[in-house]
Write a protein that binds this ligand. Structure first.
Ligand code: BMA
Length: 357
């Protein structure tokens, strides 16, 4: 159980539900931790693609990452984006690995990855509808490093094909939902380990003519620009276009030397994940035109800060703006459950006061 209580608060314009919207109890197949989902509105319905970590080895203590042997990526649909999620009977992908983090040649549903023979896990999906297609960005762990991949969802919503994957180490990719200046654009989070020591990671942007070849990479926001992060930052939900700029969430991590979350799952966890908000220039989204100096969403509900696999984790993967300007923000909590919070475009934009540092 957590001894530590967060001393930072989220913004008052964030209205949380008093319970998660999707947990393992909703899943018709083996499931343990349901979190870090992407959500998009497609044909009037809300489609959620979520991560399911399961297959933990009960003989290992503390359990932690590495003691689970399976991840699936599942899909659920709801009429209102809040409740009554209908979870499809089969996940989109289901990957099992053995001891020692072996490569997974084929998933349990028969899908093979011939281009990626050293693949181990796919997780943390984001959904980007664009030009009559539905794209996914996923983190891809391989034997040779962590990659970010872009995939196209099947029309039948029961699988996807990988289009491209970055070189390691890079993940938390999100595509902008339209071409900008003639190029596809993505935010991403490489892991440079030599320049400033471990875990000083920033948000970058790259462009592509075809979603395969990526270049013109540029730093967007450094971890040192975020007052509530002392460790790393990364893209969260795919950016949403507003008349003020690209409304963009990111996650921000601060760390203590003493353990903070210490659960039976992970004795050494000492990080806190909050969500931040910024506005990027509509024509040149590598330019931050406004940012909130305070966290937007901080972990304060019991299922965000007191329980779960890793306590004090808020990890947004989806943001939907409704026609009336109201906003739904979807986030994984404590690496264990999926939640939603509500706000409005006007309220979120009003927080983005700090000019580019
Ligand atoms: C990050 C990713 C996320 C996870 C977070 C907190 O590095 O692995 O999937 O939610 O850590 O554990």
């Amino acid at each position: 159980m957590a001894q530590w209580k967060p001393e930072i608060k989220g913004a008052s314009c964030i209205r949380k539900l008093d319970k998660p919207i999707l947990t393992k109890a909703d899943i018709p197949y083996e499931a343990e931790f349901i979190f870090n989902a992407g959500v998009a509105k497609l044909n009037g319905k809300y489609v959620m693609i979520f991560r399911n970590d399961y297959g933990f080895d009960a003989s290992q203590y503390p359990k932690s990452w590495g003691s689970n042997r399976a991840i699936s990526v599942g899909i659920a649909v709801s009429d209102n984006g809040v409740d009554n999620w209908q979870v499809h009977e089969r996940p989109l992908v289901d990957m099992h690995w053995g001891l020692g983090w072996d490569a997974v040649g084929v998933d349990s549903l028969g899908k093979t990855f011939p281009e990626y023979p050293d693949i181990q896990r796919l997780y943390d999906p984001r959904i980007i509808p664009m030009e009559d297609a539905i794209y996914l960005c996923l983190a891809m762990d391989t034997v040779h490093g962590l990659r970010g991949c872009i995939a196209k969802l099947n029309d039948t919503l029961d699988g996807f094909e990988i289009i491209s994957a970055s070189v390691p180490d890079n993940r938390n990719m999100v595509l902008f939902p339209e071409k900008i200046g003639g190029y596809y654009v993505r935010l991403e989070r490489p892991f440079p380990v030599y320049s400033r020591g471990r875990d000083r990671f920033d948000i970058w942007l790259s462009k592509s003519p075809d979603l395969k070849f990526w270049g013109e990479s540029k730093l967007v926001l450094g971890v040192e620009d975020v007052p509530f992060a002392n460790d790393k930052i990364g893209p969260a939900a795919p950016p949403v276009k507003t008349k003020y700029g690209w409304l963009t969430l990111f996650h921000a991590v601060d760390k203590e030397t003493e353990g903070r979350g210490q659960t039976e799952w992970d004795l050494y966890w000492n990080k806190r994940y909050t969500a931040g908000v910024m506005l990027l220039d509509l024509d040149d989204p590598s330019k931050v035109i406004g940012m909130s100096k305070e966290p937007l969403i901080a972990p304060d509900m019991p299922y965000e800060s007191d329980y779960g696999f890793r306590q004090n984790v808020i990890f947004p993967g989806g943001m939907i703006v409704e026609d009336d300007g109201s906003v739904k923000i979807y986030y994984g909590a404590a690496d264990s459950v999926e939640c939603v919070a509500f706000s409005t475009v006007e309220e979120l934009v009003a927080l983005c006061t700090e000019p580019r540092l």
